[in-house]
Each structure stands twice: as C-alpha cells, then as structure tokens.
Design a protein around this ligand. Sequence first.
Ligand code: PMP
Length: 286
Amino acid sequence: MSIVYLNGEFLPIEEARIPVLDRGFIFGDGVYEVIPVYDRRPFRLHHHLDRLRHSLDGIRLANPLSTAEWETLIGRIVAEAEWEDQGVYLQITRGPAPRDHAFPKTVTPTVFVMATALTTPSAEIVTHGVAAITAADNRWLHCDLKTTSLLANVLLRQLSVDAGCAETILIRDGCLSEGSASNIFMVKDGVVLAPPKSNLMLPGITYDVVLELASSEGLASAVRPITDAELRAADEIWLTSSTKEITAVTTLDGKPVGNGQPGPIFKRMHAAYQTYKHQVMRGKND
Ligand code: PMP
C-alpha cells in the first residue's frame, strides 16, 4: 500500500483526512502539479517546481516548502511507492477556515503529495493515434495557473468522452489555445507550429521538451497564434502532456487529420522523446 504525505505526516492514503472546511474543498482554492517519474527519477522536477511557484504566486499563496524540502519530500514519496514509473501528484490549498470568499487572516496551507502508477500511451495509441473534438474555450483568463479549480476543464473533457474521443481541443476567439488537459501542436508543410505561451494556456513542461527536441532534430518550428482554420487544414496534430507524452491526433471532429494515421514528423518526435526519456533514466538529464 502506498504512503502519501499530508501536512507533515507520511501515512496510508486510507488514513489521510482533511477538514470539510478546507478551502480546496469549498472553493477549489489551491494549486497542483503532476510530475512524471521514470525508473524512480522525477522528470524535469525543477521545471515543475518553478511552475508550482508561478501558480502559487498567481493565487497569492506563499510556497510552504523550500526547493530542497520539496526535493526531499518528493524523493521519499517516490522511494516508498510500489512502482518504478510514477505520476507524483502534489496539491497545496489555502487550508481550512470558516467559509468566506476573502482570504483568512492567518493561513495554514494544506499540503498533499501522492504517487500513482504512471500509464503512458499504449502501443495501439502510438501506432494509430487518437480522436479529438473541438469546443469553445470557455475557461477563465488565468489558464497559465495550474489551479485545482478545474470544473471548466472537467466539463470540456467530458464532451470528448461523450463523443468517444480522447481529448477536447479548445478554440478561443478563432485561435487554438490548448487541450482540456494537454497542449496542442500541429504540423503544416514540414513546419512544427505551437501557440505561444500566454494567460490562455498552461505552460506545459512537455510543450517545452517537444520544442527543444524539434530544434535538436533540426525541424523547422514556429511559435505563433494558430487559427481554427489552420488547425483543420493541418498535416499532423499532436497533443502533449506529462502522462500522454506526445500523442498523435488522427481524427478531428470526425474528419481524418492528414491521411488519418500518425505522420512522419510525429514518428521522429516520438522516437526522440523516448530517447530523451531513457537518457533521463540513466541520469544524463533532469
Ligand atoms: N494544459 C492543460 C490544461 C493541462 O491540464 C496539462 C497537464 N495535464 C497540460 C496542458 C500539459 O502540461 P504538462 O506537459 O506540464 O503535463
């Protein structure tokens, strides 16, 4: 049985309890991170901790732990978990307080960390890709913050579940923002395109890795706004996230993307991603 961390204690998940007045429960007043761990090595840990700091700053909550304390804590959770490959989930809320929208005068944040088994895309998904639908991006204007207030993302993701698809790709004001739980790339005429980081999308850690790998593969790439029409005329579409890594989208709103199979640039990038991951496992990168 895996051990979780809650407010200074390591305990079995069944025994972990939080008060019902925790602002995470009442308001979704908190932030989180998901860190992939391969062979018990956290992947890009410092990038995740930097993004966590950005999210905490964005909701005006002091970071309860130093970088060294996070490293130690995550290291212990990873060491005690039963799996070699894990997803480490961490969440910080503004803690328990009488229900009032305004911040409590004194805050004792709730800090929770757990590991789960990491399930990366199956061979079937790598070979054939996944289907996606599009929907209007009706979220708030701080999508760069990884907050636990995920109701809009949850509802948008469910649209694709209802349609038998793997992801909902979001369009705001005629342009691609991201997926309900992923970043989106496209390829046109050999050029890898990605929307620029802004308040309208989460700055994905995998997004950065994919842009770095595209450059080291010698591929042409451009980070610029992508219109809905361009997306629909793409030769290839990919989604990226810590758990989905890089996955080809082969059907969009019921129509084939390109020839309806993962494209040649996806295949190169997928191979490059796997090579990079193995370097990380051997300790050559963080
Ligand atoms: N956008 C959203 C809305 C997400 O929830 C996620 C992560 N699940 C991503 C993008 C991808 O971020 P990362 O590559 O850091 O997992």
